[in-house]
Design a protein around this ligand. Structure first.
Ligand SMILES: Cc1cc2nc3c(=O)[nH]c(=O)nc-3n(C[C@H](O)[C@H](O)[C@H](O)COP(=O)(O)OP(=O)(O)OC[C@H]3O[C@@H](n4cnc5c(N)ncnc54)[C@H](O)[C@@H]3O)c2cc1C
Ligand code: SF4
Length: 271
């Protein structure tokens, strides 16, 4: 154990700054297999894993890290996916430093285990090997549930409930699923292809996604119930801007942050 504690946290490989200034591709490149195994070795496999208390979806963190240490990378991702349908997204953009990693015991005297980077590694390994599998189809409960909004909240709810056997339909206002993951977070931090792959996984769990479907205009919530939905989850996010009430804010060329990001990201201004 004393030896393990001395291993420094493995740095995330990044694009060379000279190159990075000339493209919009992802800056962080992800761990290699060797780097992931080294970082996994730093985990003390605590009997009481505080890291798990910091994870909003309660991933069994020590267990998936132990699989990585043993090079059982597919077992690692399967363990993560028991609780999280968007691991490649969360491994990249979850604020681990204030969640799981904040509570990791190795952080008390040194640097915490890089839990997020390991989650990303496992998810990327599965995708790059073309080994993405879906769990066995559950027995149908006969219940129909509508989800409004295909952001991370709607996608997660729909994925989890589909795994429980409910019939799930997401109604998304925009022409693309993903919410802020596609129209807000820039390509260099979260590539659209990663989001698309995780949206595909949610669809493979049996979730139907209807895009360009604005609830409130296409159907009201009452109408959804009349159509036979047993429950409705509203996951519409917080996309409405709050203006400051200052002169000139309605002039042409003045955008809210959200409108600017939607134009830049969904209209491919990042190319
Ligand atoms: C620029 C930016 C960077 C960020 N970076 C990070 C980060 O690095 N890490 C992090 O953890 N968080 C980050 N966040 C915050 C994170 O993206 C949000 O917390 C998260 O997206 C909220 O998820 P959501 O599903 O609730 O809502 P959203 O992602 O907003 O999704 C809501 C969806 O509902 C749809 N919708 C709305 N109204 C209707 C309707 N009437 N009918 C049908 N569909 C509708 C919308 O089109 C949208 O697709 C960032 C946010 C921004 C803006
Ligand atoms: S708290 Fe840190 S060292 Fe302990 S099990 Fe969790 S990740 Fe491993």
């Amino acid at each position: 154990m004393a030896e393990r504690v001395k291993i420094p946290r493995v740095k995330m490989p990044e694009q060379n700054p000279q190159e990075r200034g000339k493209n919009f591709s992802e800056v962080a490149l992800g761990y290699t297999e060797e780097q992931a195994v080294t970082e996994a070795t730093r985990c003390l496999q605590c009997k009481k894993p505080f890291c798990k208390d910091g994870c909003p979806v309660e991933i069994d963190i020590p267990e998936f890290i132990a699989f990585i240490k043993e090079k059982k990378f597919i077992d690692a991702i399967n363990k993560i996916k028991e609780k999280n349908s968007l691991p490649a997204v969360c491994g990249r953009v979850c604020p681990q430093e204030i969640q799981c990693e904040k509570l990791c015991v190795t952080g008390k005297k040194g640097e915490p285990v890089a839990i997020g980077r390991l989650e990303r590694f496992a998810a990327d390994y599965e995708r790059l090997q073309g080994k993405i599998k879906t769990p066995k189809k559950p027995k149908s409960t006969g219940k129909k549930i509508a989800v409004i909004g295909a952001g991370p909240a709607g996608l997660s709810v729909a994925g989890d409930l589909a795994k429980m056997g409910h019939s799930m339909t997401i109604f998304e206002a925009l022409h693309k699923a993903g919410g802020v993951l596609v129209y807000g977070i820039p390509e260099f931090r979260l590539p659209k292809a990663i989001v698309e792959s995780e949206v595909d996984y949610v669809k493979k769990l049996g979730v139907e996604i209807k895009t360009s479907a604005v609830i409130g205009k296409l159907f009201t919530i009452d109408e959804l119930f009349e159509q036979g939905y047993n429950a409705v989850f509203i996951g519409t996010g917080a996309g409405l801007p709050v203006f400051m009430g200052i002169p000139g804010e309605n002039l042409n060329g003045v955008y809210s942050a959200n409108e600017f990001l939607t134009r830049a990201n969904l209209m491919k201004a990042y190319f």
